[in-house]
Design a protein around this ligand. Structure first.
Ligand code: HEM
Length: 535
């Protein structure tokens, strides 16, 4: 139509015709322009299809949903889903949170690059400036350096790390829990963080550095020190500004970096000397530190302080999480003790088989001198052995699933977003996943999802480290936890060592069992544990 009018104007040789047609053309063009603009603006905001997110009604007198949620998280989430559908807003932990439910939205959530976990953490804690004060390089938002360090220098070598992980775990366990007869440990997390911290110190920095007490102490202490530095409570604009200023100039982590630099420097110098002397015959240590030094330029590291700053970031991402889940796992062993015999049986059977295989191999290689060393069962606690323990793997995955906080993994919307079902999420909104709708759904988990069924995943092809919309404890997608392989190996090794040492683990106050099993991450211990050794 517009095109025809324009043709008319150009072909007309009558001045009058032009006079008549110009306003018509202008009017039509303006209408068209207006129509396009309006349609465009509707389209860009998905106005015609988008929906505003309902906010869950507050109980009379309440200003947040915290109390209702804390009373019974599962029931609260289920009620919200039933009354408001898969997307709704709630006021939890001083924040307005948008909750998305179900596996499809969970996938969308993780695959959307405009929903950022790091931005949410920064908004809540102001931690980005703090983190940047630890390193001198790689200070670009969304950089993946620590992810790659784990992907490249930890995951492919898990089998190489296991002997030192197990050795260190055993030593810590022996020194902290000798022969016990219903020995009460009020805060088992304190023991587990030393066990995990010492194991991870050897993975990240090698045994020579990782076994030094001050290094283990740094591995254990840096996350709680970080938590103290950022403090509790609301992070309003001014508090965040103050923290950012403070971190930039006085990072409480400086002392921890110094510990790592002091411990690493002489070892690095010696390694360099040995490499120069031995040339091609030099056997490279397989720890993460060595990987970082060998790829110093690739990762743009500046100096040893910078390398240790990155290692500290890794410690912050790993030790606390793995310790927290390790300690929680002990409550599952205590509560579901009727299943521990089955686990013990499997562990013993696999370890004997593995020990025989190792011995046969040593004899076949003519290395009989090594054979007598493989007497301790834990010598056979290899990655290969853990792979054969299918019941243990299922137990660990089930405990990770069952513990789930019912909403989790808050991300921040970096811009206005419209979900595939039409709901609009405004820029700056914190968005979390409703884990009840994935971790506790029969369609995804099989029968009785609200029950702890330790063998739920046996023969299902779902190992404890396999992420998906049905298992989000390690996140999902490009930024899923790269440490989940070593983390699950650590958890399984811990269970093996505990069951081989203790005939019984009991809760001090069994009435708190439910709270202990579903404990929020890093929350104070709700009840202690009693340990009894095998006679
Ligand atoms: C049971 C123990 C652990 C749990 C439950 C856990 C869970 C998680 C989760 C939920 C994330 C965020 C994923 C996302 O954004 O979608 C994450 C990130 C990360 N985790 Fe773990 N983690 C554990 C242990 C470890 C260990 C042992 C390591 C290192 C060896 C590690 C290294 C990391 C790193 C480097 C990131 C950041 C990834 C990135 O920025 O892309 N984690 N972890």
């Amino acid at each position: 139509m517009l095109f025809n009018l324009l043709v008319n104007i150009q072909s007309s040789d009558q001045p009058g015709a032009i006079k008549v047609n110009v306003p018509l053309v202008a009017f039509t063009a303006s209408l068209a322009y207006l129509a396009i603009k309006v349609a465009g603006s509707y389209c860009s905001q998905n106005w015609l299809t988008s929906l505003d997110i309902p906010t869950v009604a507050l109980k009379t007198g309440a200003t947040t949903h915290d109390q209702e949620y804390r009373q019974d998280p599962q029931a609260f989430m289920l009620k919200c889903e039933r009354e408001y559908g898969p997307v709704y807003n709630v006021y939890l932990m001083n924040q307005l949170l948008t909750i998305v439910s179900g596996p499809d939205l969970a996938r969308e959530f993780y695959l959307n690059k405009d929903l950022s976990f790091a931005d949410a953490l920064d908004k809540i804690t102001g931690m980005r400036t703090y983190i940047y004060s630890l390193t001198k390089s790689n200070q670009v938002v969304d950089n993946m350096v620590i992810h790659w360090l784990v992907r490249d220098f930890v995951t492919p070598k898990v089998h190489l790390f296991m002997p030192s992980v197990v050795r260190n775990m055993e030593e810590q366990l022996d020194s902290q829990l000798e022969h016990c007869d219903r020995k009460l440990i009020k805060e088992p997390i304190r023991i587990i963080e030393k066990i995990v911290g010492s194991a991870m110190a050897c993975v990240f920095m090698g045994e020579e550095i990782g076994r030094q007490p001050q290094v283990i102490d740094t591995f254990v202490r840096c996350a709680p020190d970080f938590a103290t530095a950022i403090g509790h409570g609301t992070k309003d604009f001014w508090r965040l500004l103050y923290l950012k200023f403070k971190y930039a100039y006085t990072s409480p982590m400086t002392k921890h970096i110094k510990v790592l630099v002091d411990a690493a420097t002489p070892v690095i110098l010696r390694r360099r000397k040995e490499e120069a002397e031995q040339g091609a015959a030099y056997v490279r240590p397989h720890d993460v530190l060595q990987g970082m030094l060998d790829n110093f330029d690739k990762y743009n590291f500046v100096d040893i302080e910078d390398v240790c700053g990155h290692l500290l970031l890794l410690v912050l991402a790993s030790v606390n999480n793995a310790s927290d889940f390790g300690a929680n796992m002990l409550y599952y062993l205590a509560q579901y003790h009727e299943h521990t015999d089955k686990l013990r049986e499997e562990i013993q059977e696999v370890l004997s088989e593995e020990a025989r295989e190792i011995e046969d191999l040593a004899i076949k290689d003519g290395n009989t001198a090594d054979a007598p060393k493989i007497i301790k069962p834990s010598d056979a606690l290899t990655a290969n052995a853990l792979k054969k323990m299918v019941h243990l793997d299922s137990f660990v995955r089930e405990a990770l699933r069952y513990r789930s906080e019912m909403h989790s993994f808050t991300h921040l919307a970096r811009k206005d977003l419209t979900l595939s079902n039409g709901f609009r999420i405004p820029k700056g909104r914190l968005v979390a996943i409703n884990l009840r709708s994935t971790h506790m759904e029969e369609a995804l988990q099989g029968p009785d999802p609200m029950e702890f069924r330790p063998w739920r995943f046996v023969g299902k092809g779902k190992s404890a480290s396999k992420v998906g919309t049905d298992f989000l404890q390690f996140g999902m997608g490009k930024r899923a936890c790269p440490g989940r392989f070593i983390a699950t190996h650590d958890l399984k090794a811990l269970v093996c060592l505990m069951l081989s040492r203790f005939s019984k683990i009991e809760m001090e106050d069994p009435s708190k069992a439910d709270a202990a099993l579903h404990a929020r991450q890093h929350a104070p211990t709700v009840t202690g544990l009693l340990f009894t050794s095998h006679h």
